[in-house]
Design a protein around this ligand. Structure first.
Ligand SMILES: [Zn+2]
Length: 160
């Protein structure tokens, strides 16, 4: 099972996720429920297979091959607004407002033009990658594991 624990994210990503939750409550009056944080490489592989080699009746749910999703590095999370206690994925305007709040605090949002051009529209998705590419992250990971990826994020973060 992929994690939905904020504590599994990089510390800065945790901090930004908590800020986003607080901003959703205070500025929009909605609860934003985190539905996915850290994902293992094999869990990403299983998602990538949907609509390609598994569950052929479904559309693909991700363009990210294993090693190419920020979820695998603890630097991305997905969420959904709760309205009356129910997860609502169909309110585009509300997702856009939440996306805007995320962008204001420095998160890359799955609805922003650059993200959409490279991937697909993924409005529940937020990431904190400090301008790194997943190729960079994968190379670091293969040599030094998660610690190497997180150290590079820390280095880039301290330059901002
Ligand atoms: Zn995501």
């Amino acid at each position: 099972m992929p994690s939905r624990r904020i504590e599994d994210l990089h510390p800065k990503a945790q901090q930004l996720a908590r800020m986003l939750l607080a901003d959703c409550e205070s500025k929009l009056g909605v609860t934003f429920l985190i539905t996915s944080t850290l994902r293992l490489f094999e869990e990403q592989a299983a998602l990538y297979a949907i609509g390609r080699t598994e569950q052929l009746g479904r559309a693909p749910v991700t363009k990210s091959k294993p090693g190419h999703s920020w979820h695998e590095y603890g630097l991305a999370f997905d969420g959904v607004p709760l309205i009356g206690g129910k997860a609502v994925y169909t309110d585009d305007k509300l997702f856009d407002e939440i996306g805007g709040l995320g962008q204001e605090i420095g998160l890359r949002w799955g609805g922003d033009a650059g993200f959409v051009a490279a991937h697909m529209v993924d409005k529940p998705h937020f990431q904190y990658n400090c301008g790194m590419t997943t190729d960079d992250a994968l190379a670091l990971y293969q040599n030094g594991g998660m610690a190497a990826v997180w150290a590079e994020i820390d280095r880039r973060d301290s330059e901002n």
